[in-house]
Design a binder for this molecule. Structure first.
Ligand code: UDP
Length: 327
């Protein structure tokens, strides 16, 4: 099959490309390299079935020209990362709203099956014990830029869902819960690569707020194969499906775990939210997925625990650091 992966130079997108190429598919990546990097794709550069196109999902003609040649589209391109969303609210909103609309409309126009990547952010402040796909969204005021990502992604889901159900073109929406793995950068906020980098360089580990907020981290190696399997499963079409891990931990607990697994001498420090993200920031206190829908559809069962996830990042960083600088 010919796949288009928007955002294929990003963290999850590049792992998806690896997986699709390993399965024998042809892959075209569309990425503007705003937060992704071609470094994530060097291992695929010599693959005959692989093609990289640098471009913007806001470019309708470009999106259309790539989608019309494809059998399947994985739409992962988005403005991501809390710092990025808070620092660039308008561009983030345009990418996440109009970019998705362009990709979905092109897919429907050419009757190409599509997957739209969404996020656990759509649940907002709902801290239920095991968030289910039909649970309510609870958001703060629209004037707080933190919520623009959740609001845009909620609309993306709607765009994907309504187009899918009206056209009959196969469509899957995946909601990622704090997916982590090698190639993820901490530059835009993501806590696990940040803590791992801080631990490995001996810098203080920066826990925001009290550190009692809880998350459940999922491995990219569990999530990526689930995406392709869902696209092969007609019962999954026109549904939003949670994907993530099972081991819940507080952010302070995560900092302790990273220190323990790296043998780091880094101190753990506490930073006010305001200092970290600017005024008026609201954090989610808890976010824990119920992944029973994915389990029922494709037998989804995460195989990597938090230690495996942290180790995979640590090994990746250590290997990258041992590569000599080019002269
Ligand atoms: N966080 C932290 N220190 C950091 C970066 C993030 O304590 O250096 C916290 C952040 O405030 C949040 C949690 O870690 O409570 C997860 O943050 P991330 O941005 O990875 O994901 P999200 O907030 O989207 O779940």
């Amino acid at each position: 099959m010919k796949a288009v992966v928007t955002g294929g130079a990003g963290f999850i997108g590049s792992h998806l490309c690896d997986h699709l190429i390993a399965q024998g598919h042809q892959v075209t990546v569309l990425d503007d390299l705003s937060t992704g990097s071609t470094d994530n794709l060097t291992q695929l550069a010599s693959e005959p079935g692989f093609r990289f196109v640098q471009g913007d999902i806001l470019d309708r003609e470009l999106v259309d020209s790539l989608v019309c040649e494809a059998d399947i589209v994985y739409h992962l391109a988005a403005a991501v990362g809390v710092y990025n969303i808070v620092d660039n609210p308008l561009r983030s909103l345009r990418i996440n709203l109009h970019g998705t609309e362009n990709v979905v409309e092109a897919a429907v126009r050419h009757r190409v099956a599509y997957l739209v990547a969404s996020t656990s952010e759509v649940y907002g402040k709902n801290d239920a014990d095991g968030l289910k796909e039909n649970d309510d969204r609870i958001y703060g005021a629209p004037t707080k830029s933190r919520w623009s990502y959740a609001a845009a992604k909620g609309l993306d889901e709607l765009v994907a869902y309504v187009h899918g159900s009206e056209s009959g073109v196969p469509c899957v929406i995946t909601r990622f819960f704090n997916v982590v793995g090698p190639r993820q950068t901490g530059r835009y906020g993501m806590v696990v690569p940040r803590f791992v980098d801080q631990a490995l360089s001996g810098e203080p580990i920066t826990v925001y707020g009290t550190g009692t907020q809880r998350r459940c981290f999922g491995s990219v190696y569990d999530v990526v194969p689930a995406m392709t399997r869902l696209m092969e499963t007609p019962k999954a079409y026109n549904q939003a499906i949670n994907l993530g891990g099972q081991e819940e931990i507080s952010i302070k607990g995560l900092a302790d775990r990273v220190v323990e697994l790296t043998g780091s001498k880094s101190a753990i420090t506490y930073v006010d939210y305001e200092q970290a993200y600017g005024e008026g920031y609201e954090d989610m206190q808890r976010r824990y997925p119920d992944t029973s829908l994915a389990a029922g559809l494709i037998g989804y069962a995460p195989t990597r625990d938090l230690n495996d996830i942290i180790d995979s990042l640590v090994n990746h960083r250590r290997a990258a650091d041992s590569v000599p600088e080019p002269v």
